[in-house]
Design a protein around this ligand. Sequence first.
Ligand SMILES: Cc1ncc(COP(=O)(O)O)c(C=O)c1O
Length: 398
Amino acid sequence: MNITEIKSKFPVFKKNSNLVFLDTAASSLKVDQMINATNNCYTNQYANIHRGNYELSSKLTKYFEDARVKVADYLNVSSKNIIFVKSATEGINLVSSAMSSSYFKDGDEIVLSYLEHHANLIPWHLVNKNIKIVPLNINLKGEILYNELKDKINSKTKLISLTHMSNVTGSITDFEKVRELSKNYNIPLLIDGCQYAPHKKVDLKELDPDFYVFSAHKIYGPSGLGVLYMKDRWIDSFPPYQGGGQMINDVDIESSSYADGYEKFEAGTPPIAPVIGFSSSIDFMKQTGPDEIYNHEMQLHDNALEKLKKINNINIYGTSKNKGAIISFSINGIHNSDLGAMLDKKNIAIRTGHHCCQPLMKFYKISGTSRVSFGVYNTFEDVDYFVDSLEEIIKILQ
Ligand SMILES: Cc1ncc(COP(=O)(O)O)c(C=O)c1O
């Protein structure tokens, strides 16, 4: 991969050429073709979609629906199973809300893991039935203990909801091990793909979950847009999440009936420009190649890990062999937020804190970590500068 060429596609580096951005897991930098497509949408194409019987509206409606097809093709599924939401968080809330009113019964159980982001925990806490959360334990490497699955599943288990890749440890979940059991026991599977989808090819036909969610802003795309893949069975049986324009079949003053298919879940004016922009982020991913992106990021990860391991008093959280390019660490005697602030003075952006994973922090008996996460635009020079700066800061702070 020609990183100089790739970096030139990220306009932030034009004015801030020395920026070392190591916080892609929180949100990625933005690629020019996405910015240009969004700009063009607002400048030349904009009208509300689906309702207008004039050219601007009907053309943009077509581009919007073409984008749905592009996202679906990228995931190797049908566009009728793709629902646009405002974020991955909203996608999971949609599923939990629908399951809350139409699926769960008191006494049901959900299997999750200690790796989950709050976005895949709290929506289940909000379920208005008395359901039990059954957590899968992990080991110190940050790997799910798959051998627990069999014992934790029973006739009351109504959902398995797991992250595809941890935003703290980078561990990648082995869904072959999960899928076999979930299929045998006929338990639906939700996969939180927020951290995996930006870095590796996602083939939903192969993975075969009932639900898959991710956010566009972590894939060089716009904020304000999430993608929720849902199998037909659930699209047909779930009630709407929100009510409003577009999701209807017929409305009377006292009652209404709803559209079939994904439209039922897209009430109101959708995130039009973000969807148009995201279509170009998908083009960027296809042109660059998710596998190439993953290999490049993992080379940086391995190089950084090798160097970090040599630092005295460092703790590294998550050492699974099957992982993505995220490293969480702490240095004894130094507060993570001091480290983050000092690195920021050197134009290095990292993330510190609990990363919306408090149960995982409690598992490691810590309050937070410093986290570096790599994106397509990072270089070996970034790694060197980061590690050298870190060593300098440790000398000052210790
Ligand atoms: C693993 C994981 N799941 C869910 C989310 C929530 O994503 P969003 O805030 O875009 O809804 C994040 C965000 O960091 C995440 O890393």
